[in-house]
Design a protein around this ligand. Sequence first.
Ligand code: HEC
Ligand code: HEC
Ligand code: HEC
Ligand code: HEC
Ligand code: HEC
Ligand code: HEC
Ligand code: HEC
Ligand code: HEC
Ligand code: HEC
Length: 434
Amino acid sequence: MAGALKMKLTRQLLSLTVAAGCLLLPATLWSAEARPQVAKSSCVECHSAFPPPTGVSEAQWAADIHAQKGLSCASCHGGDAKDPSPEGAMSKKAGFRGKPKRTEIPALCAKCHADGAYMRQYNPSLRTDQLAQYRTSVHGKRLAQGDTKVAVCIDCHSVHGIRSAKDTRSTVNPLNVASTCSRCHSDANYMKDYKIKTDQFAGYSASVHHEAMVVRGDLSAPTCTTCHGNHGAAPPGVASVENVCSTCHVFQAQLFDTSPHKAAFAAMGAASCITCHSNHRIVHPTDKFVGTGNEAICTNCHAAGDPGFAAAGRIHDDLVKLDEALKRSAEVLDKAERSGMEVSQARLEEAQGRDSLTKARVTLHSFQPDKVEQDTQAGMKIAAKTYQAGLQALAERDYRRKGLGLTLITILVVLAGLRLYIRQTESKNQSGGS
Ligand code: HEC
Ligand code: HEC
Ligand code: HEC
Ligand code: HEC
Ligand code: HEC
Ligand code: HEC
Ligand code: HEC
Ligand code: HEC
Ligand code: HEC
């Protein structure tokens, strides 16, 4: 008996060990892939012994895409990676160039990255226009004038640990870009020689775009480089950064172009969207943003008596009226639903009413009250209908309750009568029996 138990336990232990082995084997294979064997070189062997910046540890270098693709320290710095002596490895004769100056870095990286034929051997889909683009940016232009405080390739990509942008640990991955830029752009001391503000990161961090991307993980929302371009002065296909909003918010942009503001803003030298919404601290707008009240943007430029002021008031009132009508309808439908009435058809129509309101808030960008009214009127009709449907459902509920009440009363009356009758017959029987 004891022997059999022992056997059973041993067998279980054995199968557990095998199972664990099966789990571990692919794990070791996987980690071999995640951290590929990097070619041995005298440079790494010697330099991994130093603290940074002279030191480059083996782990740091193994994470670098250049190491993973079989390149060496000498690919950027020159020298002889086979010679173990410092004099030999880092000799002028072996082409050693030492530490590049900041002004030399874009050309150093571009030696390979602007060479289409070379890069195609590794990755045909990789763009080779980074240096050409970089030269059109404020960073590139100022560097060409000798300003070394601007960003060069390694300020965004890091050095000796460069990863593909797709890697979520990369400094240029969309989730990390904002903090990479903020290292300089939020540092008031570093930026004190320049006339620009240092509030871009703070503004962006409080925006709907940051909320969408970082909090909700919506990668279709923009980060710094979506609007400013990765390397160039603006993203491809966008003439100027101030027009970038239209690449995503297409309908608002189309409507704005047909609006009276198109020519008026151009004449004032004002940009389109950002004049009202700002560029970094973009918040979720409400109906108070249009109109003649304190929180309305329209009163920045329009005053009582001018047509824009009147239009702002009208658009606001139409939006609010529809919003309130939809809320009223929702209230009755809620009430009806809570009492167990069937209102699913009205619920479907109510959703269409809310779509009309959403559409009206987009149409607002035509800044033509008649057009906005077309959308709000469509919504008002639906809201009136669903409100009626709600009232009807409540009336029917009351009717049914009344009917139920009457039935109950009838039953009670009958019961009471029955009881009376039984009592009477009982007392008759008693008196007859005695
Ligand atoms: C046996 C050790 C040793 C070997 C091998 C070695 N180095 Fe160095 N390297 C050093 C030391 C020490 C310094 C720091 C010298 C100093 O600060 O003056 C240095 C400095 C450097 C610098 C900075 C130079 C500057 O201008 O500030 C670079 C870049 C560099 N090494 C790259 C390489 C490369 C690439 C290789 C391989 C081809 C290599 N090293 C091989 C020890 C070594
Ligand atoms: C993709 C190009 C590239 C490769 C590959 C590369 N480096 Fe560098 N390295 C640079 C650049 C650019 C700088 C200048 C950094 C700066 O200005 O802060 C630099 C700086 C250095 C410095 C000077 C650090 C300092 O601030 O004094 C050393 C030392 C160095 N590299 C060693 C190495 C070693 C060792 C390897 C291989 C393990 C290596 N590099 C691989 C581009 C490269
Ligand atoms: C000796 C040639 C060479 C030099 C110099 C060089 N690179 Fe590279 N780089 C490559 C190769 C090859 C790849 C791998 C491309 C691939 O397979 O995706 C690469 C990949 C990259 C990637 C990842 C691209 C991706 O998303 O797949 C970045 C970012 C990058 N390099 C930046 C730099 C920077 C910044 C410098 C300068 C400090 C630099 N490189 C210098 C050859 C070079
Ligand atoms: C101001 C920051 C910044 C500077 C400066 C910068 N880059 Fe980039 N780079 C980025 C960002 C951001 C990306 C793209 C990330 C993405 O694809 O989401 C990128 C992508 C790349 C890629 C991958 C391209 C691809 O198609 O996937 C390479 C290669 C590259 N950069 C090289 C360079 C070189 C070379 C320089 C210097 C001439 C440079 N970068 C300067 C921010 C920068
Ligand atoms: C190494 C520091 C540094 C980093 C990192 C850096 N920048 Fe800059 N940037 C500067 C400096 C310095 C200027 C010059 C300021 C000026 O234009 O007067 C500048 C200028 C700019 C300008 C032009 C401002 C103007 O209108 O004059 C933009 C836009 C910009 N940077 C965006 C970015 C973005 C986006 C990133 C991140 C992807 C970034 N920068 C990363 C230092 C940096
Ligand atoms: C939704 C698009 C968008 C995003 C995201 C964005 N910007 Fe901007 N940024 C703009 C616009 C538009 C301007 C104004 C451009 C103009 O006036 O030509 C601007 C202006 C700037 C300027 C010039 C100085 C200033 O404040 O006017 C800098 C520097 C800058 N942005 C950096 C950043 C940085 C850093 C980030 C990320 C933290 C960022 N931007 C995110 C659209 C954006
Ligand atoms: C890369 C695409 C993209 C760009 C460029 C872009 N946005 Fe957005 N925007 C989004 C996304 C995604 C959302 C989040 C929508 C949501 O809340 O579901 C958003 C949200 C908004 C909202 C809030 C909408 C709401 O209902 O709360 C406003 C306002 C806005 N953006 C204005 C702008 C302005 C102004 C610009 C130009 C400076 C701009 N956007 C550039 C994609 C973009
Ligand atoms: C004259 C001021 C003004 C201009 C210019 C403007 N907007 Fe708006 N925008 C508003 C107002 C007001 C609202 C709020 C609507 C509401 O919620 O009642 C709004 C709402 C929005 C919304 C979110 C609400 C929605 O449902 O559409 C987005 C996104 C938006 N605007 C993008 C843009 C873009 C993109 C541009 C440039 C093409 C732009 N706006 C130009 C005033 C403006
Ligand atoms: C940055 C200033 C500015 C802001 C903000 C602004 N407007 Fe205007 N608007 C103008 C200018 C300038 C004109 C053309 C001159 C005029 O008619 O007053 C104009 C014209 C108009 C017109 C056409 C008037 C006509 O003559 O028929 C309407 C309608 C209008 N605006 C509505 C609005 C509404 C609604 C808002 C708020 C969401 C708003 N505006 C915000 C500057 C602005």
